[in-house]
Ligand binder design. Structure first.
Ligand code: ZN
Ligand code: ZN
Ligand code: ZN
Ligand code: ZN
Length: 447
């Protein structure tokens, strides 16, 4: 935007040297032809000033309050309901049938730490924004994938750099993302080196867990020691899924990485869109159909896997060494098979390799496999002649009896009632959102 304005100014100056003054006078910001037509010019100038932006940065600054519209009464209720309805419609679009998903996930977060990340096209810089969103992503990811593990690899100065080991503890991952000075961007990125490093850290993983690489890439170049297509082929062979969030533009190689490995590719258009496409990668990916002996279309046989539920040691127990860090401490968990002591669950036992999880972790991973069915918006109050229930089945709030006029779009009930397709109970707007986004279980039928 800024350069364009400057061009216009140049043009004005150029035309100024010709003597075609009359036509140009109104557009000129600073007075060159003073004394001529002063009064009229002043008025015009004032008008033009008000129209144009005071600073160029204001042009790119999106005002979040502009997107929210008040209704006639000055209330924001309609705008809020519209936002909720948008989420509801998105849920309705999701496939209803159970999808086979990988709930034990292993993800390597590959961060571009090259000099291109110091660009200020995203504020404050691409680098700072990436770190901030990466931290939020990690929190959300662990919340939804409690059985997952994340490792962090950086790419700068032409090499891949291990920043954080694969860990199931969100605090460990957040700690290695919090040290801004240690991650200072420099040099060229190398996709091949970094992917090879990520690949090697996942080579030992069992087949039932997913192997994923998420690349946040701000550069337009990569500086590789060999043929990156060999690396790509190796990733396909190892069933590693690569997703890329590009901050600059689409590159052929990044698109290929995603397409051939079954990952997602997106180019962030602005700060908000960056966050959106990053957070789309939080829910576990659907497992790719594996053609087995039964031929395509049949449900691939499930493999059983062994898991152990640990015994939690009380804080008052005598201190002993843990198997994972060799630290002396009293609290911890005992592996049910070899009785080794580990600091945190979920983890793989360092002694016998058994996967140790707590039952809440397992239960919380479950909702991805069997999501709560979306509630239907009630549009006909007296359906089948029966009297409608007076209050929300979950929170007992009394439903309004007059239909609101504002909410007329699809997926919104004018009475604020949403009905479970299984138990036929009615729920209010707030409960609908809470059930689907937080508790993942219908209070009416327990499904
Ligand atoms: Zn330990
Ligand atoms: Zn063990
Ligand atoms: Zn309610
Ligand atoms: Zn229900």
């Amino acid at each position: 935007m800024a350069p364009k304005n400057r061009d216009d100014n140049f043009m004005d100056v150029d035309s100024d040297s010709d003597i075609s003054l009359l036509g140009d006078i109104d557009h000129r910001g600073k007075g060159k032809a003073k004394g001529k037509a002063t009064d009229k010019r002043k008025k015009e100038k004032g008008k033009a000033k008000a129209k144009e932006q005071a600073y160029t940065w204001e042009a790119s600054y999106t005002r979040s309050w502009d997107t929210v519209q008040e209704d006639e009464a000055g209330s924001l209720q309609g705008a809020v309901e519209d936002l909720m309805a948008r989420g509801r419609r998105r849920r309705l679009l999701a496939p209803a049938a159970a999808i086979r998903r990988t709930i034990i996930r292993h993800l390597v977060l590959l961060l571009d730490l090259s000099a291109a990340m110091m660009d200020r096209d995203m504020r404050p810089t691409r680098f700072d924004l990436m770190l901030q969103y990466a931290r939020e992503f990690v929190v959300e990811w662990f919340d939804q994938n409690p059985l997952g593990q994340i490792g962090v690899v950086g790419m700068r100065a032409g090499i891949g750099e291990r920043i954080g080991e694969m860990s199931g503890n969100p605090q460990d991952v957040l700690k290695c993302l919090s040290d801004r000075t240690r991650l200072e961007p420099t040099g060229e990125p190398s996709l091949q080196n970094a992917i090879e490093m990520a690949r090697s850290s996942m080579s030992h993983l069992p087949t039932h867990s997913s192997r994923e690489i998420l690349i946040i890439f701000g550069s337009l170049t990569t500086c590789d020691p060999g043929n990156i297509h060999d690396t790509l082929d190796a990733c396909v062979k190892n069933k590693i899924r690569i997703s890329v969030v590009a901050l600059a533009a689409e590159m052929k190689i990044t698109r290929d990485l995603c397409d051939k490995t079954g990952g997602q590719f997106g180019v962030a258009m602005n700060e908000g869109h960056f966050k959106d496409i990053l957070f789309e990668l939080v829910p576990p990916p659907a497992q790719r159909a594996v053609a087995r002996a039964g031929g395509p279309g049949t449900n691939p046989a499930a493999d059983l896997m062994m898991m152990g539920f640990p015994t939690r040691l009380p804080d008052s127990s005598p201190p002993s060494l843990c198997a994972c860090h060799s630290d002396m401490k009293s609290e911890g968990f005992l592996c049910p098979r070899c009785m080794a002591k580990v600091c945190d669950v979920p983890t793989d036992c360092d002694i016998c390799g058994l996967m140790i999880v707590s039952s809440p972790h397992l239960a919380r991973s479950y909702h991805h496999l069997f999501p709560v069915k979306p509630y239907e918006a009630v549009t006909e109050l007296r359906e089948g002649g029966s009297e409608p229930v007076a209050a929300c089945h979950a929170c007992a709030r009394i439903f309004s009896t007059s239909a609101s006029t504002a909410a007329a779009s699809e997926g919104i009930s004018p009475w604020g009632r949403y009905r479970c397709p299984d138990c036929r109970n009615d729920f209010c707007t707030e409960c609908d959102v809470f059930v689907h986004d937080v508790i993942h279980c219908c209070p009416g039928c327990g499904k």
